[in-house]
Design a protein around this ligand. Structure first.
Ligand SMILES: Nc1ncnc2c1ncn2[C@@H]1O[C@H](COP(=O)(O)OP(=O)(O)OP(=O)(O)O)[C@@H](O)[C@H]1O
Ligand SMILES: [Mg+2]
Length: 267
C-alpha cells in the first residue's frame, strides 16, 4: 500500500516567556517524530493532554513551521515548494478542530464560509454556488439552509459545515483534532459515521486525534501513541490495543472508561 503522508524526524520547539521574563521557557512539544500514513487509511493519535498532539498537527500542515525534520503529503514537501505549489499543499491537507463555533465566522452565512476557499481559487460564482450546495448536502445539511448563519445551527450541524468547508478544497488528507469532543455523545456517533462515509466516498486519509480511546480503537487502522513530544509506540490498531508494548500505552487504555471491542470485523 502506498503512503500518502510521510513525516520524518519532525520537531517543534515552542519559545514562550516564563512567568519571570528573564527565564524564557522553551518546550520541545514535538520531538523527532517519524510516522507514515497509508493512502485511504485512518491513523489514530493518542496521548495525555499536553503530549504534543495538536502541536504535531499544526507542524505537519506547516501552519506552524517545524523546528526540524520533514513532511511530505501526496508527494508535496512544503519546505521546498514554490508559492503556487504551496497553495496546492494547503488545499490537499486540511484540519478540522474541536470547536466548530470558533471555526465559523458568525457574521457570514454558512454558504459564504464554505465558499471562501473556492472564491480564493477563483471559481466563478455560478459554479461556486452549485458546489457549495453539493457540499452541504454531502454532509447532511439541506442546501437551502446555506443562507443561515452559524448560530442558527446546533453544534453537530456546525461541525458538519466545518467539514464541508474543508472538503471544498478537494483535500486528500484531513487532520481531525478532537473533532467530536465538544459534542453530545449521541451526536458524536453521527459525525463519526459521516467521517467514515466521506473517507470511503472520497478516498480520504485521516490523522484522527482523540482522548476517547474507544473511539480511536473503533475508527483507526493504525495507532500512534505520543508521550512528551515523542511517539513511543505505533502499529496496526488491533495489535496496539491487544498487545500494547509500553506501560504508558497500557496505562492510557486501562484508564479508558469502557472495554474495547478488538474484533477486526468491528466495522
Ligand atoms: N503556542 C505555544 N507556545 C508555548 N507552548 C505551547 C504552545 N502550544 C503548546 N504549547 C506547549 O506544548 C506542549 C504540547 O501542547 P499540545 O497542545 O500540542 O498538546 P496536546 O497533546 O494537543 O494536548 P491536549 O490533549 O490537551 O489537546 C504543552 O506543554 C503546551 O503547554
Ligand atoms: Mg490538543
Amino acid at each position: 500500500m502506498d503512503d500518502l503522508v510521510c513525516i520524518e524526524g519532525l520537531s517543534k520547539v515552542h519559545y514562550g516567556a516564563g512567568l519571570l521574563k528573564r527565564r524564557a521557557r522553551t518546550v520541545r512539544a514535538v520531538d523527532d517524530v517519524t510516522l507514515t500514513i497509508g493512502c485511504n487509511t485512518i491513523m489514530g493519535l493518542v496521548g495525555e493532554s499536553g503530549s504534543g498532539k495538536s502541536t504535531l498537527a499544526r507542524a505537519v500542515l506547516y501552519l506552524d513551521r517545524p523546528s526540524a525534520g520533514s513532511v511530505e503529503i501526496d508527494g508535496l514537501n512544503p519546505a521546498v515548494l514554490s508559492r503556487a505549489q504551496m497553495k496546492l499543499f494547503r488545499q490537499r491537507a486540511q484540519i478540522v478542530v474541536q470547536d466548530p463555533h470558533a471555526a465559523l465566522n458568525p457574521r457570514r452565512s454558512v454558504a459564504a464560509s464554505v465558499a471562501e476557499g473556492l472564491r480564493n481559487r477563483g471559481v466563478p460564482r455560478c459554479a461556486r454556488e452549485r458546489r457549495v450546495a453539493e457540499l452541504l448536502e454531502m454532509v447532511g445539511i439541506p442546501a437551502r439552509r446555506g443562507r443561515d448563519h452559524p448560530e442558527q445551527f446546533s453544534g453537530g450541524q456546525r461541525q458538519r459545515i466545518v467539514i464541508a468547508r474543508a472538503l471544498a478544497m478537494d483535500p486528500r488528507f484531513l487532520i481531525l483534532d478532537e473533532p467530536v469532543s465538544s459534542l453530545d455523545v449521541s451526536i458524536q456517533a453521527q459525525i463519526i459515521n459521516l467521517l467514515l462515509d466521506l473517507k470511503h466516498q472520497l478516498a480520504l486519509t485521516y490523522l484522527f486525534i482523540s482522548h476517547d480511546l474507544n473511539l480511536v480503537a473503533y475508527i483507526s487502522d493504525s495507532i500512534a501513541v505520543m508521550k512528551q513530544g515523542r511517539i513511543v509506540e505505533q502499529g496496526d490498531a488491533a495489535d496496539v490495543i491487544a498487545h500494547p508494548q509500553q506501560a504508558y500505552t497500557q496505562m492510557l487504555f486501562q484508564s479508558a472508561p469502557r472495554l474495547f471491542d478488538t474484533d477486526p470485523g468491528r466495522r
